[in-house]
Design a binder for this molecule. Structure first.
Ligand code: SAH
Ligand code: MG
Length: 214
């Protein structure tokens, strides 16, 4: 049976702001629990307010490893004022820009998971360039333009260890269902020969590294 998060994590997950539906969250958790057994960090791109981070953190805690999550906390294009996914509660009134870091910290605190997470505030490709080690799992849920999705893939996919997992959110093969950038990196990962798909739950795709490269 697939691993499930503890009740405190699940309650905090359901209460957190964010863009991770429960069904996909449970699939992400199961992937994280499996990958955590490698004993390497679990890496997320796109922390936002910590909703999905909680799941990686719970799995990391259970296995004695750590979740690392990367975000500049200024929001993606579609989350800016005037756009579809904007939330005025996450604007810093002093600087007039989005800042999801305070909400992120509250989410982790409420779940009792702060000590199992390393939050990196920065741009994904820049962080990837200074990140030397391998990771057990990469969860790509950052910017949804081709530029950002490609940067996330190129920066982080090479760091997935042999047997580790690459998880991509918002994969929509049909353009009527959503933007295509995550789908394009999903196709690229499969075409590289380095990754093999192991599960698909709605728009959440889990791939395993079964060969070298990316
Ligand atoms: N995983 C979250 C949702 C992430 S939303 C959840 O479960 O709710 C996407 C996030 O990616 C936003 O917070 C945005 O600030 C971040 N982001 C977009 N492009 C980025 C980049 N190039 N580097 C770092 N973070 C980025
Ligand atoms: Mg997403």
């Amino acid at each position: 049976m697939a691993a499930v998060p503890g009740p405190q994590t699940l309650a905090a997950f359901e209460a957190a702001k964010g863009f991770m539906p429960v069904r996909e969250g449970l699939a992400l958790y199961a992937a994280a629990a499996e990958a955590a057994a490698l004993g390497l960090p679990l890496l997320e791109v796109g922390s936002y307010c910590g909703r999905s981070t909680l799941l990686l953190a719970d799995a990391a805690r259970a296995a004695g490893t750590v979740a690392v999550t990367v975000d500049h906390h200024r929001g993606s294009e579609e989350q800016q004022p005037g756009w579809e996914y904007h939330d005025p509660e996450v604007v810093d009134p002093e600087v007039g820009l989005m800042d999801t870091l305070p909400a992120f910290r509250r989410t982790l605190h409420a779940a009792g998971l702060e000590e199992h997470v390393i939050a990196v505030v920065g741009r994904s490709p820049q962080v990837a360039r200074v990140w030397a080690g391998q990771v057990g799992l990469v969860f790509v849920d950052g910017g949804h333009t081709d530029e950002h999705a490609t940067g996330d893939y190129e920066g982080w996919a090479p760091k997935v260890a042999e047997g580790g997992l690459l998880v991509i959110h918002d994969v929509f093969p049909d353009p009527a269902d959503g933007g295509q950038a995550p789908y394009r990196i999903h196709q690229r990962a499969l075409a590289s020969g380095a990754f093999t798909e192991v599960s698909a739950t709605d728009s959440l795709r889990v791939l395993r590294r079964t060969g070298p490269g990316s």
